[in-house]
Ligand binder design. Structure first.
Ligand SMILES: [Zn+2]
Ligand SMILES: [Zn+2]
Length: 672
């Protein structure tokens, strides 16, 4: 073996480093600035401790805070350990278990000492302080390789029952890494794959915050002991943390469940877990959105169909859902229930049916009626399909995650030579719709083949290529559209395009999808007659733009913070009187507004005008027309717009009616 290792850097240059040297040594050799900035290393692609010696000739990329994704992951992982160490310093007798990084920080699960009971939010400030103390101590995080038996012996000696149990499930014979915080022999130590930063001092003491405590069962099993889970959010610096906290606050203000109540849009109750009760105000928005989508689909050459809610289990078997998807389906016996009080309601031996969890198989059945010629393709079947999926109660969230939902679903049946054009048309339609609905920014991602999949590699090469080509042809495979390929994230039968909206406070939501499918047409034996007179398989494109109406409306509520554009607002205008002398005039104004199609109401209550104004702005009514004696005499209205700084504007009634009629036209039919 040569005396030196050859270390290749990303710019192609090669440095010779003596055995035992580390990425940190390379950073120091390049310059003190980099030595300070480097947080970790990618060695032959693997993320590692910067202090871990090279094992041979290697390719090295140093990770700094500019590599935000890697850096955040590292920092959050370190904070989780820091939390565990701080808790054990402060509360001897607490047992440690697990603590991973999360999307915005980290958590750690503890078994509190028997005499102290679960942790509470009141404990958090003192734990934070202890964490800052450990950062100030700047303890090196030292990687050690242990044998499994030794790890177990140590944890047993320390009374760490959970860790001792867990380590025995790691494969025998494989080296196990432990991380010590500090060089002292009795320094705090935890089982960990790593990597970590070089020392606790690399963390920014102002870049984290412990947020809350909750209960969690050991290994997620409710037969196991209940642990205390402490959550924190962690970032690379104070500025990022502050921005995140502002975002959280803003998100809480916009919570669709809160606004849904304030605007009387919908409710949920335990008698129908995960199914929404839409109130008149909420369903007005739904209807506007549905009409809008219907116009867009009609114009884009789709035809609308409606398919059954319940289908025979045998049909779900044919489509493959019964085998792979049954646990998510609501199954219904095909029999008349007994009304005999002494007999069971159901016999238990009847045939089974299931509520549809998706519309796809039914659309193939419609396609298969009659004989289809190649000349008729593409056929674009749309359905606002109401589907049910059996999700555990704990997974449900407001109207964002529900068990009964309506998709803006469609399936395009086309020939192989039409796929790219169809996908491209879809991208154009989706772009148009997102912009008209008030979303200027969205990202497109291509989810590629997963490890477990149907079909040959050639088939996957082809399917991935055609989606990539279509997006490229539409001019959107660019940074502006956040174009990215996601290895391993496609469905088992096909790659998928995902469309992620960015909302007003910078959160992203995956809503649109486009998937090319050659499996279902095969399974259900769909064919068309080609130019050659032979039977051919159509390609089936599964696609959605909004995803589901329920979730999309949740996103719309939070995006607009309830201040809907005029065409979507449930009540568009309220005419409020200052004095009862103006009642008749107010009724006349409402009639005129209604006459041009506006959703308008009168507020003739004997209340102070400021009270009325406050109430209607809380209910997020976009237009408030105030009328008193003078307005009645002059035929004018005083207009206040929701969220406008302008106090109020006097207009003639006719002028106001014309203006609002024009403003309330949906974006797709607007002439301007
Ligand atoms: Zn760790
Ligand atoms: Zn489908």
């Amino acid at each position: 073996m040569s005396e030196m290792f050859k270390i290749k850097l990303p710019d192609g240059s090669v440095r010779e480093m003596p055995h035992g040297s580390t990425p940190a040594d390379v950073a120091a050799a390049i310059g003190p600035g980099l030595a300070k900035a480097a947080l970790a290393a990618r060695v032959d692609g693997e993320l590692r401790d910067i202090t871990r010696p090279f094992e041979g000739d290697s390719e090295l990329a140093l990770v700094t805070s500019k590599d935000e994704k890697d850096a955040l992951e590292l920092v959050r992982h370190d904070f989780a350990h820091l939390l565990a160490e701080a808790v054990q310093r402060l509360f001897p007798g607490t047992q440690i278990t697990f603590g991973p990084a999360t999307d915005d920080g980290f958590y750690y699960d503890f078994a509190p000492a028997p005499d102290r009971g679960p942790f509470t939010d009141e404990d958090l400030p003192v734990i934070e302080e202890e964490m800052r103390r450990i950062i100030a101590e700047d303890l090196p995080l030292v990687r050690e390789v242990w044998k499994r038996q030794d790890v177990r012996a140590l944890f047993e000696k320390q009374g760490e029952r959970f860790k001792a149990e867990w380590v025995m499930e790691l494969p025998e014979g494989e080296p196990i890494t432990m991380y010590r915080s500090g060089n002292a022999e009795n320094a705090w130590i935890d089982l960990c794959r790593g990597p970590h930063l070089a020392s606790t001092g690399k963390l920014d003491p102002q870049a984290f915050k412990l947020t809350h405590v909750s209960g969690a069962y050991w290994r997620g099993d409710q037969n196991n002991p209940m642990l205390s889970r402490i959550y924190g959010t962690a970032w690379l610096n104070r500025k990022q943390l502050q921005e995140h906290l502002v975002r959280l606050e803003e998100a809480a203000k916009r919570d669709h469940r809160k606004i849904g109540k304030e605007m009387d849009l919908f409710h949920l109750q335990a008698e129908a877990h995960g199914s929404v009760f839409w109130h008149p105000n909420g369903f007005i928005i739904w209807r506007q959105l549905e009409s809008y989508m219907r116009r867009k689909l009609d114009a884009a050459g789709y035809v609308e169909i409606k398919t059954p809610q319940l289908m025979d289990a045998k049909q779900w078997e044919k489509s493959g859902h019964w085998g792979k998807y049954r646990e998510n389906m609501f199954v219904v016996p095909d029999e008349i229930p007994s009304t005999d009080d002494d007999a069971p309601v159901l016999s238990g031996d009847s045939d089974l049916m299931a509520l549809k969890p998706m519309n796809c198989p039914a659309h193939v059945l419609v396609f298969k009626q009659g004989i289809t010629s190649y000349k008729e393709l593409p056929i674009r079947f749309a359905e606002f399909g109401c589907c049910h999926r059996n999700e555990p109660h704990g997974a449900l969230h407001g109207i964002m995650r529900v068990r009964q939902f309506t998709q803006d679903d469609a399936h395009i049946f086309c020939r192989e030579d039409q796929v790219i054009d169809e996908v491209q048309r879809f991208c154009d339609l989706l772009d148009d719709i997102y912009r008209e609905l008030g979303f200027d920014k969205y990202a497109i991602k291509l989810a590629l083949r997963p490890d477990q999949r149907f079909g040959s590699d050639e088939l996957w090469d082809h399917a991935e290529r055609e989606l990539r080509e279509a997006v490229t042809a539409s001019g959107r495979a660019t940074d502006e559209f956040g174009w990215e390929e996601l290895p391993g994230e496609g469905a088992f039968y096909a790659p998928k395009l995902e469309f992620h909206l960015t909302d007003a406070i910078g959160r992203t939501w995956q809503v649109g999808t486009m998937q090319s499918d050659r499996v279902l047409p095969e399974r259900l034996d769909a064919t068309y007659i080609g130019e050659d007179g032979e039977r051919h398989r159509p390609v089936m494109l599964h696609r959605a733009i909004l995803g589901t109406f329920e979730r999309f409306m949740g996103i719309l509520i939070e995006h607009h913070a309830g201040k809907f554009p005029l065409w979507l607002a449930p009540v568009q205008a309220v005419v409020a009187t200052i004095v009862s002398d103006a009642d008749d005039y107010a009724r006349e104004v409402v009639a005129k507004l209604k006459g041009v199609g506006l959703r308008a109401e009168a507020d003739l209550r004997n209340e102070k005008i400021n009270y009325k104004v406050r109430e209607h702005s809380l209910a997020k009514v976009p237009l408030l027309l105030v009328v008193g004696k003078r307005e009645a005499e002059e035929g004018t209205v005083a207009v206040r717009r929701l969220g406008s700084d302008e106090h109020q504007k006097m207009m003639s009634l006719d002028e106001a009616v014309d203006l609002f009629a024009a403003e309330s036209v949906p974006p797709d039919v607007r002439q301007i």
